[in-house]
Design a protein around this ligand. Structure first.
Ligand SMILES: [Zn+2]
Length: 593
């Protein structure tokens, strides 16, 4: 065996170009393979799936003692930190930061200490197909590098809206890899859009009511302030929250702290009971400033975790156990928060923006903001979105009829524990009836969802009318029973509770239940209407009230006849809006192994 070659020029491709360019995927992997060849005892690459266009997805693992087996690493008490780059492949700063960081960890004794109590797992490029769609015109908002990749994958899906519905091959591969490694901490590197300000980097670890409270407290008190302090001490400026202006055309109105629902990577982490750090480099800063700031955030986080890996590891263990207890009384008496809204009590934050002027634009006809370079150091109100807008009492589990294969398939992609019934079962369940829903007309991520999806982040409004009742229903053999006494209970609730922001209902997986399949011809319904009017005085009164109160109804012959059909046994036989998933109050008598 020849000695590994550790001599020569170890500048990364971005460093070599003085941060004018970023390497393509082949060049990125060639640099990493050269590092692996030089340090095979500490660094390894591993494939974890294939992109839509057939490119192998790869992670790079840095482990100080050459142990690359996740079980052995967890048993050794080291924390596994997973860093994801280029999910939005025009935002590739984290990839170049990670090349520098991995090199420094291997070559510099001081940096090498970052592996003392941590094993670092890096996805150099997650959205590889998007990354290879290189152009100078990918991101109009962003300063450099010369060529950058595309936001979406090869089917034009935004992978950072796909975590819960898991439709893309990249997401499915990610979930398998994630569960194989079970990282203790997750990082997702991005570049902003939005406002201009002095900070080179903003970052956020979501603290929604779905987060295990002790983890939220530890993050708030020990991680966020320490990472911010260390990044600022390195000479880079950081703000420990993502910056969303309350009013795009007037920064002085303040900020809104947005949580990430589970379609986002960091929202998914909440359902996985793990802390997720979202890093956003500032789009207008030059590429050197962005890559080196990204590097400092990762260094600071790894330092903080190295100083106390045991707390992180034990919080994760407790969070997993806590999630598996959601279905137990008395936890079940507490309602589980699904959707959030602004709580209307802003806190004041110190903010370092740039001076700006506002003017009426003759182009748009609206007010526009022009940012200058003079500092605007102010105290601004920041609204938080933590008020619970809808919540549920967790059942002990759900039962899904076997014909809803696409819905079950998503649960399987998440590696949720499922059981198939051995025989048909009839019993008491709680079920929803859904009415008065509105679908979004333009597509969003290949769907016409039951929420407003055009914005970067939205807080879903009410679903319509969602009523729960107790009924005796029959479920065929091979129906899927999903118990909530498992680590991934929050994935199950968010997928199967209709009002959750990324539920199967909201994404349209249950759309056929809202279709009426049998209709009555007008001359047939005339007969029905006359019979009903003659025998049911209450119905007659309701019909007449509706005619008086609702001119659109009064002027619509089809709607007038439909009024009688919908209330008749023939209309009700369509079962429109009857959600086929049962909420189980007990597992007794259900024929599962
Ligand atoms: Zn992004």
């Amino acid at each position: 065996m020849t000695e590994p070659n550790r001599t020569g020029d170890w500048r990364t491709p971005a460093e070599t170009s003085d941060y004018r360019t970023t390497p393509d995927h082949a060049e990125t992997m060639a640099y990493l393979e050269r590092l692996v060849a030089a340090y095979p005892d500490k660094l390894r690459t591993e494939e974890f799936g294939t992109t839509g266009e057939g490119r192998p997805l790869t992670i790079v693992i840095a482990s100080r003692d050459g142990v690359f087996d996740p079980r052995a690493i967890h048993a050794s008490g080291r924390a596994v930190v997973l860093v994801q780059n280029a999910i939005h492949a025009g935002e590739m700063d984290g990839k170049d930061a990670c090349l520098s960081l991995l090199r420094d960890i291997l070559k510099d004794r001081e940096r090498g200490r970052l592996l003392e109590h941590v094993v670092l797992v890096v996805i150099p490029v997650y959205n590889i197909d998007g990354h290879e769609r290189r152009s100078a015109y990918s991101r109009i908002n962003q300063t450099g590098p010369e060529l950058a990749g595309w936001r979406a994958n090869a089917t034009n899906l935004n992978l950072n809206r796909d975590y819960l519905k898991a439709e893309a091959p990249e997401t499915r591969a990610f979930l398998r890899m994630f569960h194989r490694w079970m990282p203790d901490f997750f990082v997702d590197d991005h570049v902003t859009d939005g406002a201009d300000f002095q900070y080179e980097v903003t970052f956020q670890i979501d603290e929604t009511p779905n987060v295990f409270p002790a983890t939220a407290k530890w993050v708030r008190e020990s991680v966020t302030p320490e990472v911010a302090r260390r990044v600022n001490a390195s000479g880079h400026r950081t703000f420990p929250a993502l910056v969303y202006l309350k009013e795009e055309t007037d920064p002085s109105q303040g900020l809104v702290l947005q949580p990430n629902p589970p379609r986002f990577s960091t929202g998914q982490m909440i359902l996985e009971n793990r802390p997720g750090l979202l890093v956003e480099l500032h789009m207008i800063k030059d590429y050197r400033a962005r890559v080196t700031s990204n590097y400092e955030v990762l260094r600071a986080l790894l330092e903080v975790i190295n100083e106390d890996p045991a707390t992180l590891i034990s919080l994760n263990r407790e969070a997993d156990a806590d999630a598996a207890r959601l279905a137990e009384a008395p936890a079940r008496a507490e309602r589980f928060p699904l959707a959030l809204e602004k709580d209307g009590t802003p806190t004041l934050v110190e903010f370092h923006g740039y001076q700006f002027t506002r003017a009426l634009s003759e182009v748009s006809g609206a007010m526009w903001v022009r940012y200058g370079r003079e500092p605007w150091n102010v105290t601004l109100p920041m609204e938080t979105v933590t008020k619970v807008a809808s919540s549920v009492r967790p059942p002990v589990g759900y039962i899904v009829p076997p014909q809803w294969t696409r819905v079950i398939d998503v649960l399987e992609a998440h590696e949720v524990e499922l059981h198939r019934t051995r025989a048909a079962w009839t019993g008491e369940v709680e079920r929803y009836r859904l009415r008065e829903l509105t679908w979004q007309a333009p597509p969003f991520e290949g769907h016409h969802p039951l929420f407003r999806g055009e914005g970067a982040i939205d807080v879903p409004g009410s679903l319509g009318r969602c009523e729960l009742s107790t009924e005796v229903l029959s479920f065929p053999a091979r129906s899927v029973v999903v118990r909530l006494d498992q680590r991934l209970s929050k994935v199950v609730i968010h997928w199967l509770e209709p009002e959750a922001p990324d539920s199967a209902v909201r994404w349209g997986y249950f759309d056929p239940i809202f279709e009426q399949k049998e209709y009555g011809e007008a001359y047939v319904l005339e007969k029905l209407a006359r019979q009903e009017l003659a025998k049911d005085a209450e119905l007659r009164a309701e019909f007449e009230r509706r005619i008086r109160a609702d001119p659109a109804f009064a002027g619509n012959p089809t709607a007038r006849l439909e009024f009688f059909f919908a209330r008749s046994p023939w209309g009700l036989a369509n079962r429109v809006g009857e959600y086929p998933v049962g909420r189980l109050r007990s597992l007794e008598g259900i024929p599962v192994p």
